[in-house]
Design a protein around this ligand. Sequence first.
Ligand code: SF4
Ligand code: SF4
Length: 383
Amino acid sequence: MDSSQSRRKFLQAGLALPAAGLVSSAGLDPAFQGSSSAPQVVYRTLGKTNLKVSGVGFGIGFVPVPEVVARAIDMGITYFDTSRDYGDSEKIFSGVIKGKRDKIIIATKTPSSKKADIIKDLDTSLQVLGTDHVDIWHLHGRDRLAQVPDEAVEALEICKKSGKTRFIGFSSHDINNMVDFIVKTGKFDVIQTTYSFPIGLRIREQSIAKLQKAGIGVIAMKVVVALSGFNLKSVENPPARPNGDGPVAGIKWVLQNPAIGTTVPNMRTIPQLEMNFRAMSETYTPEDEKLLYTLNERIRPDYCRMCYECKGVCPKGMPVADILRSLSYHDFYGDYHHAIVSFRDFAREVRDVRCTDCGTCAVQCPNGVHVQDRLIRAQQLLA
Ligand code: SF4
Ligand code: SF4
């Protein structure tokens, strides 16, 4: 039995690990070690970039709330993540960061894969953001090798050489599929990947450790998505409101891993920001572990862990994990716009499938997700 299995069994038995065994300060800037007193920023170094980033960063998302972003900067949060294809996100963000550019680290992303488009997209982002450089220029959402062609890597390198971005990388939901390529290529400074309780226990730890060993900075995304399912029709009493203790426990769990440079939760209210902020300097406790376990069990039928173990099983070619991710933007983030936009990216033949036409679903999720029910919901809401 590996260590993650034994840990899970331990938790399932209703027991909790001692806090001292769970918390690590490795990888933290010694000048900014956390304490158990007033919440404070704890900075980490992002791989070999030497960028000092706040452990809690800020996922700007499609519709940032300017006063919340401004307050985050004032509180000392330094890491801000957006994208070329988040609608007006960069534009709204640019209005907040005027006069504050030197206080923050900006990461943004391109949906393009062609060399000329990637280079052009960066120029557009710089213009919209009102800055002469970004700190990190990502390819957005690359889960398969074919999505990172040679010309895309070449374009990123050109962007870096030009000084318009300091570092390069990409975001991925399927890091296990990409990690060997990333390490072998040796071109990427940072990688942004899905990582949250309890996914890491089973399927992503090794890949993240490989990135760390290669000196690649790791940014964790979707760190609290499982804990804020306020749009779930199947849950009468949602497992955790965005302002509850679930999200902060989730971030604390992620930050235990010293390989993680920063996290990018989306935040829309000041209380939400202040709650997540606590995660940097509070100790991860056995109570947090119990809470996370309980919350995750409650949403087990609805929340796809994006393990990709069901890849290729559906005879109609449904990309199950990817469709359920689109649905999660609605059900777990409350962001219908993001859900619709991401669903529209699927090919017509995928969008046209109706899971109600199948008697029994061929996909049996080992994590207990009710796949057919969830896909039918996605099709009713988003197709
Ligand atoms: S549906 Fe289940 S098996 Fe498929 S990706 Fe999601 S968690 Fe993994
Ligand atoms: S119900 Fe299952 S097998 Fe049928 S199309 Fe949907 S995912 Fe595929």
